[in-house]
Design a protein around this ligand. Structure first.
Ligand code: XIL
Length: 459
């Protein structure tokens, strides 16, 4: 404790010095050259981010560097399952909201980390299994992604689901034991809850072409071929004293599948190679046009979870390290993301416009269709409502659920009834539809809803 206080005093003094030096540099360098990580990354169409422990946002020495150098943040712990849903069904967003406000006030985007992870599960979830856990986990994804809807650039929907070593397969966990489709169920639920966020799969020990990264590669390829909504893959990149020679080639093979790639938790062990490795990682990202940004897992060495590794870009006094210069130079030297064609064709089957030419008589009233994502013991239903030729000022969709099925959660509609004949009415913002216009709502349930068909009435 005592040691800490002394350290903090030293930090304040040293950072004042570094700030003054930074300002001199800005004045003497040409206006085009980036002199901060955030400006240099932005100039190349990318972000440069840091993991933030929100408790540190009130420490001036920390926040000064954060705001000057970074234009993206991710919560080091505050958006994880144990933090956001400490008791089942009781959600806590204090830390996450605080980070989002800080980001919004300082021109930063936010990466969401992580909706589902086998670690930092709250105790109640650790004790669950099977369909109860499956429902709880989908509910968690839905609630948290809905809470932050519109505020998150990219979500790590699932973190660290693959095993280390040579198997190339999934890691055992209570989540995995709910069925191999748990990852796709999570991505579908996240898409419904926040259609604007990029949805990422995130993992470590994937820093080159190896059995684990190939297992993930095969999953992403499969998801893309079946229309499972995935937009990006995060490479944590917690690195030692060397970098795989095929680091960039590995990023590129994922990008070639049609997903963005991001370096999400970069830190590098100290040693002769630290600055070189940081530079090489940055260059690799710059050379892959779908690599949209880099995040370091912390700001200063002493903020790092890696203890004495001194793994970050700023020393404990807030001074820029050689690794910082190496990253900045690589950002400045790298190519910009080509602005056209747009990098991001939509990945899931487009929900609108309607695919068939309107040769049949136009629908008066409304039509509804449902797509089900089911597992043993539960389901998520995504319902598409299409207005007929007169448009709608409100709509109501009915289902008759098979016995044993029950609605547990609804979004973008108001449910009446939970078993048997259930109805869903529009909420205030999606009732009014123009002719042919489409809106979506969803609900989650236990049991099986297979074979259900919706009927739609318009007002
Ligand atoms: C770490 C945090 O930095 C620590 O504060 C916490 O005690 C444990 O988790 N991979 C991840 C991150 O995806 O969430 C982890 O963060 C580091 C490894």
């Amino acid at each position: 404790m005592k040691h800490r206080r002394v350290l903090r005093a030293a930090v304040t003094v040293a950072v004042t010095g570094a700030l003054a030096a930074g300002m001199t540099m800005a004045l003497t360098t040409s206006a085009n050259a980036g002199t901060t990580l955030r400006a240099s990354a932005a100039e190349k169409g990318r972000y440069f981010g840091a993991a933030v422990a929100t408790g540190k946002l009130s420490t001036g020495a920390y926040t000064t560097i954060l705001n000057r150098e970074f234009n993206s943040v991710v919560a080091e712990n505050e958006m994880k399952w144990d933090a956001t849903e400490p008791q089942q069904g009781r959600f806590s967003y204090t830390g996450g909201d605080r980070l989002v406000s800080h980001a919004q006030a300082n021109g930063m985007s936010v990466r969401g980390h992580a909706l589902l992870w086998y670690q930092q599960e709250p105790g109640w979830a650790q004790n669950m299994s099977g369909s109860a856990l499956r429902s709880a986990m989908i509910n968690h994804v839905t609630q948290v992604a809905t809470h932050f809807r519109g505020k998150i650039y990219a979500w790590d929907v699932v973190n660290e689901a693959f095993a280390d070593g040579n198997s190339g397969g999934r890691r055992d966990s209570n989540l995995q034991r709910t069925g191999n489709d748990w990852i796709e169920a999570a991505f579908r639920a996240a898409r419904v809850a926040d259609p604007g966020a990029k949805l990422c799969y995130n993992d470590y020990n994937t820093d080159g072409i190896n059995a684990k990264s190939t297992g993930i590669y095969n999953m992403v390829r499969d998801f893309k071929s079946r229309g499972v909504p995935i937009d990006c893959v995060g490479f944590q990149s917690h690195l030692g004293t060397s970098l795989a020679g095929d680091y960039q080639a590995n990023l590129q093979r994922f990008a070639d599948l049609g997903v963005d790639v991001q370096i999400t938790e970069l830190d590098v062990m100290t040693g002769g190679n630290q600055a070189n490795i940081y530079g090489a990682v940055t260059r690799a990202c710059m050379n892959v046009s779908r690599c949209t940004g880099i995040t370091t897992w912390g700001v200063r060495d002493c903020d790092s979870w890696r203890g004495s590794d001194n793994a970050l870009l700023f020393d404990c006094n807030g001074n820029k390290k050689a690794a910082y210069t190496s990253v900045l130079n690589a950002l400045n030297a790298g190519p910009a993301i080509p602005t056209d064609p747009p990098t991001d064709p939509p990945t899931d089957p487009p929900t609108d416009p309607p695919t068939d030419p309107p040769t049949d008589p136009p629908t008066v009233g409304c039509a509804a269709s449902v797509s089900l994502n089911s597992w043993n013991g539960g389901f998520v239903a995504t319902v598409k409502v299409t207005a007929g030729s007169a448009g709608t000022s409100g709509w109501n969709v009915g289902f008759t659920l098979p016995s044993g099925a029950s609605v547990t959660n609804t979004w973008s509609a108001t449910a009446s009834g939970s078993t048997g004949a259930v109805r869903f009415a529009n909420v205030n913002y999606n009732g009014r539809l123009g002719a042919g216009q489409v809106t979506e709502f969803g609900f989650q349930g236990t049991g099986s809803a297979s074979g259900v068909t919706p009927t739609c009435t318009a007002s």
